[in-house]
Design a protein around this ligand. Structure first.
Ligand code: UDP
Ligand code: MG
Length: 312
């Protein structure tokens, strides 16, 4: 089979029949399956999916709402096509873009092609502007030159989705997950974007705060996840040394003044003393955090989980 179209959805009943018809009209030249993942909808989306189910249309229904990442994860597990396409269910993404994305993967050798909503049809103030800032940060942190990392419309070589694990809210950073798994030919294609026709958006402003925190976690995990001591140990030792040198200075200063009969202040009267104390305590704490981190990663079942591309 050429394609698996994975569609995560939460309360999108009105959009589904139209979406299916649109996909069918746009992908005539391919063999494909559509996998609807109903993320705990309560508006009758599942009944609509049941009616459409048949050859080439499958459905997975969650018992409750787990979030878009969970829906994508299950969709990826179920996918059988050579190329896996993800698409939002709300008719904002055009299936007409898919053939070109597939061509880029097949002919230009991309592992992953992400859509770029160049002319985004959402609220300018609450979505478009924060999204620009967010994408800029994501570009700096991940080193992946995408304008629209979180676009719902993406196409992947099947290998990619079978070798990454989307969890939590990490659907925003799938290209980064892919890059960390060693798939680094990542491309993008400008795509048409439509206004939401039915229903409401499922994400509010908190997406940007949480999204940023998730980005930090991923960055940290990819750099130091397997060697936490390299981060905490270095900063810990540095802090400790700073504090240590300060302490020596304070004590030496006092002894010198005492020995020469000069006037001197009590050690605890000096601001430097408290800074030194703080630095030493922080240093020890950072070092301990690194050590505990090493113990955790040493017993993690993931510790020797590597991506092997080929063997001969
Ligand atoms: N979605 C989901 N589970 C959720 C929230 C959203 O499966 O908990 C789906 C939603 O139905 C849609 C896609 O994720 O198909 C994108 O959501 P939405 O259109 O609300 O995001 P926006 O376009 O506003 O960024
Ligand atoms: Mg949408």
């Amino acid at each position: 089979m050429d394609l698996s179209i994975v569609i995560p959805l939460y309360n999108e009943a009105e959009s589904l029949p139209e979406l299916k018809a649109w996909i069918d009209a746009s992908l005539k030249d391919f063999s494909y399956e559509i996998i609807f993942v109903d993320d705990g909808s309560t508006d009758g989306s599942w009944e609509v999916i049941q009616q459409m189910a048949g050859p080439g249309v499958r459905g997975i229904r969650f018992r409750r709402n787990y979030g878009k990442s969970a829906a994508l994860y299950e969709g990826f597990e179920a996918a059988q096509g050579d190329i896996v396409v993800t698409m939002d269910a709300d008719l904002q993404d055009s299936p007409e873009e898919v053939p070109e994305m597939v061509r880029m993967i097949r002919e230009e050798g991309y592992d992953l092609v992400s859509g770029w909503k160049q002319h985004r049809k959402d609220n300018a103030l609450t979505k478009n502007l924060p999204s620009k800032l967010y994408n800029w940060t994501a570009r700096k942190v991940t080193g992946i030159k995408l304008h629209d990392m979180n676009c719902g419309l993406k196409a992947y070589r099947a290998d990619v989705v079978k070798n990454i694990e989307v969890y939590g809210e990490m659907h925003r950073y799938i290209p980064y997950l892919a890059k960390n798994a060693g798939f680094n030919k990542i491309g993008e294609k400008p795509v048409h974007h439509q206004k939401r026709k039915f229903g409401v958006s499922k994400f509010g402003m908190d997406r940007f705060v949480n999204g940023f925190l998730d980005l930090m976690s991923l960055w940290f995990l990819s750099r130091f996840g397997k060697k936490p001591m390299h981060f905490f140990g270095t900063s810990g030792i540095l802090m400790f040394l700073i504090g240590f040198v300060m302490t020596i200075c304070i004590v030496a200063n006092k002894l010198y003044h005492q020995a020469h009969g000069l006037k001197f202040r009590a050690v605890t009267d000096q601001p430097l003393f408290y800074l030194a104390l703080l630095a030493v305590v922080l240093g020890v704490m950072l070092f301990l955090a690194g050590f505990v981190g090493e113990l955790i990663s040493r017993s993690s079942t993931e510790r020797n989980n590597y991506q092997i591309k080929e063997r001969i």
